[in-house]
Design a protein around this ligand. Structure first.
Ligand code: RP5
Length: 169
């Protein structure tokens, strides 16, 4: 994708730690589509493919990415590993798993050392991650801001988030 600024990247870069995580992103992709935000999904693991994670983190800002969403389960180092190597905001999504229910990933994502923040949402909170990404992108984009105002008005009117963004209400 190429924007008028010459940027080649999407507005929102999504990275998950395993191909098995990709189906968890459905709600996030629906939300981002509703807000008209371009996005790309990458599979890269802080533990299994750390060099790929570094490449994605280091290259994103120059390609026009505005914000990362990083989701991982278990010992979820991915959001922090990305945050360590980019000046872009990183939204962390801890994924649930059968053994510890996602508490492991939540603590790994949220308990970042001072200096390297990750904005961590709830366990499996991919829809909120996408809404937060829209709010970040909306800071510099009047169209996204207008969509956010519409979104808030719809919520206040009783709309269900996923029914709204999927157009099924
Ligand atoms: C994490 O370990 C991934 O994000 C995934 O949620 C979890 C399990 O990965 P797989 O063994 O299913 O590839 O790194």
């Amino acid at each position: 994708m190429t924007s008028s600024s010459g940027a080649t990247g999407p507005q929102v870069a999504i990275v998950v730690g395993s191909a098995n995580d990709v189906p968890r992103l459905d709600e996030a992709l629906a939300v981002l589509d509703w807000f008209g935000l371009s996005h790309e999904v990458h599979v890269a693991s802080a533990h299994r493919s750390p060099r790929r994670v570094l490449e994605l983190a280091e290259g994103a800002a120059a390609s026009g990415v505005r914000v990362f969403i990083a989701g991982a389960g278990k010992a979820a180092a991915l959001p922090g590993a990305i945050a360590a190597s980019t000046t872009l905001p990183v939204i962390g999504v801890p994924f649930s798993s059968a053994d510890l229910g996602g508490l492991d990933a939540l603590l790994a994502a949220v308990q970042m050392p001072r200096g390297v923040p990750v904005a961590t949402v709830a366990i499996d909170g991919v829809a909120n991650a996408a809404i937060l990404a829209a709010e970040i992108c909306g800071l510099g984009d009047a169209d996204v801001t207008a969509r956010l105002q519409q979104f808030k008005a719809e919520l206040a009117g009783g709309a269900d988030v996923m029914a709204l963004v999927r157009g099924t209400r």
